[in-house]
Design a protein around this ligand. Sequence first.
Ligand SMILES: [Zn+2]
Length: 486
Amino acid sequence: MTDYLVTIGLEVHAQILTSSKMFCGCSADYADAAPNTHVCPTCLGLPGALPVINRRAIEHAISTGLALGSRIQHDTIISRKNYFYADLPSGYQRSQYDDPLCVGGWVELDDASGPRRIGLTRVHIEEDTGKLIHGDDGASYVDFNRAGVPLMEIVSEPQIASPDEARRYFQKLRQILVWIGVSTGDMERGALRCDANISLRPAGQREFGAKVEIKNMNSFRALERALQYEIERQTAVLRAGMRVRQETRGWDEARGVTDAQRTKEGSADYRYFPDPDIPPLRVDDTVIAECSARLPELPDARRARFAAIAGVSAMDAETLAADRGRADYFEATAAACEASGATPRDAAVWITGELLRLLNDTGEDLASAARRLPPTAIAELVQLLGSGAITRTTAKEVFELAFRSGAAPRVIVEERGLAVIGAGDVLARLAREALAGNPKAVAEYRGGKLTAIKFLIGQVMKATKGQASPQAVQAALEAELQRLDA
Ligand SMILES: [Zn+2]
């Protein structure tokens, strides 16, 4: 049987996070607004309305290009992409064709064999379209709140070799866009969308096979499943000796299949031409330098820095640098721990362990939980544990109480009497009770079976609810046994 090589390219559309739309002053924060309340003559495409470019949108696109290693073009043009559809009031979409804002660049993935770069063709800016709503009454309605919202299209080279790699590429890209603050990355609300091109060719053949475009994948999982389905479908077509049709297909999540939508138009069908209402856009070096200066340390660099911390594993570093909020929280906690004599590793252990477990259980996000559990609270807990004031078992309990209530660990320990029960009256009393209540174990111990003391230690530990150290308990038991002998 012939083997086929899979070639995938992704086109990711990301709404650019700005307060107003791409070419008018309407608010771009339309998610919860009533239909057609964020509109004006410009974004409704009315004759005579003149567009003005949103500077912030351009800066965000430049920052994206810089974060992805693209070359920023100094001279760029906004073109009209002409087509008719009910959600496009002007009959054309403002986009870029010959002169995209950013050219080249890459997204780096971690493969088992090392880092692998997926090349980018371009990053260009455009405007979003309106939205059709199909009512229960059988009618279709159109909402123009989304029309004119700034978008970036990030186009990869056809260098992705598998559905798994496509998903990881998309996840990494989303991480970067959210990290640098240019997109919400909210896929449920459609702020981040992805189309895929996929073709198969027999191993050994140089030219690509027929390209099929897949649309309507609304999650990482959907992208992976749709591509997997397409590989199986196209393989079956080719093995049957037929030709794969170049077309656009839609992913049907419920049925788990792709359906043919239309045969693909060539770009000539859009009759692109420079928008006569918008002068050529000139980006000077100052703007690029400003965007570059504002760019935060990127996820890969941060992860590498975390992995270099003593006691922090590569996997923990990846977890801690998964998003910028978490990375910031870890660094603040690590600094607070160091200030109180503990190590950054302690911060990593509590965050990757207990904190993420509790966030997962409660479904809360870190930003909101951090208002109750600031980095200094974790440092305080680590210090209580390190100084021997509480046991490890108690520390976990205090952590959860602090997480849920927002009370300081020190206060929780005092108010609830959770401090270690040291070698004192309480432990002596509990040891006496254990000896009195377990004459058999005492007799065995006295008869030379030294391991019997382990059982007695266990009894006392249980009575202290883990608030005493086993060493202190053993010392108390031995003291009481000697006292009885005397
Ligand atoms: Zn408007």
